[in-house]
Design a protein around this ligand. Structure first.
Ligand SMILES: Nc1ncnc2c1ncn2[C@@H]1O[C@H](COP(=O)(O)OP(=O)(O)O)[C@@H](O)[C@H]1O
Ligand SMILES: [Mg+2]
Length: 405
């Protein structure tokens, strides 16, 4: 059950707001708007350790930009959100991008499938709005819809390519070449669109910075620091909403999502302080809260074994199964949530209160090994360097100093 909380509690609800990241969100949004208004290309690098809200902030900036474009009666950006971790090989990125930017294109391409090179050419064409020397290859692929939109001269939607978990592409020469090709799209004459790289480390941003500048593109770098204890307290209170009760647990106010379930504030503060001291990772903080809630429910179950079924229902209602950072607007999930609310029989259920004790136990279970957490969040290059040093030092145990070659 704790695992279920852990899975579900991480997701954003429809009315969740992105707090503590206003500056970063504005920086991304400003670049998107500027590129859209001036019909030029832009590059944004979003960096920070895992769980600091990079994907969420980027997704929110995109939907803010979408709303802005609608208000201004401009075409909304067309977004290709690519999770680089899910790509089998680096060059499949072109097919994925093409499927999002030209959904009418036959990406499957019949039995043979579109070759990565052909997909790359089409994506570059979409970005640069002209197929240099490739009219013959590319024009027959243009769908009827393409032709209709060209005929009616509707301004094209600005393409935005988001490369989430960009670090995953940085392994191997092929990945680096693909990334360079992707970002080079912004430097082509007449290019119109934005490429957003979301990464744990700034490595690629540093690599690409000079070349982009030489081509007249000043990349926007958004570095997200780890959350502080104060940030995490605000975020947890906002995310767990009305589940947060008063200090002594005497607040019996009804909870919107699940009646009779609450966290006492000092428990959340404890979680925020401990997680901030270790990693500053909001994902981890939510996992700890999920585990603490699991413990509280388990304790109530033990006290009233007959109530197992209804407790499970109540726990499910708390879990708030409500969508995904990229798609916060999912009405069907709200319907499911409403059904769950109905399913909870409040009169029969004793309240569940997550106390400091539950939180402390969950913290020691989830955060058992903080030093390995810290190694896991390092960029791959630093992990490799650390591993090399450890190997060298182990072999050289007797020596006073050693050299890593
Ligand atoms: N500012 C925030 N407000 C609300 N939830 C947040 C915030 N930052 C992170 N989260 C939550 O923490 C988890 C990790 O965020 P995510 O954007 O995926 O981090 P990253 O991409 O940096 O690894 C998600 O469940 C997300 O909804
Ligand atoms: Mg992410």
């Amino acid at each position: 059950r704790a695992i279920r909380f852990l899975r579900d509690i991480e997701r954003m609800t429809e009315d969740s707001r992105v707090l503590c990241r206003e500056r970063e969100q504005t920086a991304i949004c400003t670049e998107l708007r500027r590129a859209s208004q001036q019909r030029r290309a832009g590059v944004v690098f979003v960096c920070g350790v895992p769980g600091v809200g990079k994907s969420l902030t980027t997704a929110t900036a995109l939907s803010t930009c979408d709303a802005w474009a609608r208000r201004e009666r401009m075409p909304a950006p067309q977004v290709a959100w690519i999770n680089c971790m899910a790509l089998r090989t680096p060059n499949t990125v072109w097919k994925v991008a093409l499927a999002a930017l030209a959904p009418e294109a036959d990406v499957a391409g019949g039995k043979a499938g579109v070759e990565p090179a052909a997909a790359q050419a089409r994506v570059q064409w979409r970005f640069n709005n002209r197929p240099p020397g490739q009219e013959k290859v590319l024009k027959p692929c243009a769908s009827k819809r393409d032709k209709r939109s060209q005929g009616s001269r509707a301004p094209p939607r600005m393409p935005v390519v988001v490369l989430d978990e960009l670090d995953a592409l940085l392994r191997g020469a092929e990945g680096l070449t693909t990334l360079c090709q992707l970002f080079a799209m912004a430097t082509a004459p007449g290019a119109h669109g934005v490429i957003i790289g979301v990464a744990n480390a700034l490595d690629f941003a540093i690599h690409a910075r000079e070349e982009l500048r030489a081509a007249g593109i000043e990349p926007t770098e958004v570095v997200m620091p780890a959350y502080t204890a104060a940030d995490l307290t605000v975020l947890l209170e906002a995310r767990l909403g009305e589940m947060v009760g008063s200090h002594d647990g005497s607040d019996s106010g009804e909870c919107a999502l699940s009646p009779g379930v609450k966290f006492v504030k000092p428990a959340l503060q404890l979680c925020a302080r401990r997680v901030a001291a270790a990693t500053g990772d909001m994902r981890r903080a939510l996992q700890v809260c999920g585990a603490a809630l699991g413990r509280a429910v388990g304790q109530v179950d033990q006290q009233a074994p007959g109530a197992e079924g209804s407790r499970r229902q109540q726990a499910k209602a708390v879990a708030v199964v409500t969508g995904d950072a990229r798609q916060p607007q999912l009405p069907t999930l709200w319907r499911r949530l409403a059904d769950r609310k109905k399913a909870v029989d409040t009169r029969a259920d004793p309240p569940v209160t997550v106390t400091v004790g539950h939180m402390a136990a969950a913290l020691s279970a989830v955060m058992r090994d903080t030093s390995s957490c810290m190694v896991k969040i390092l960029p791959p290059q630093q992990q490799l360097l650390l591993a090399a040093v450890v190997r060298r030092v182990e072999r050289n145990a007797a020596g006073s100093h050693c050299t890593v070659s």
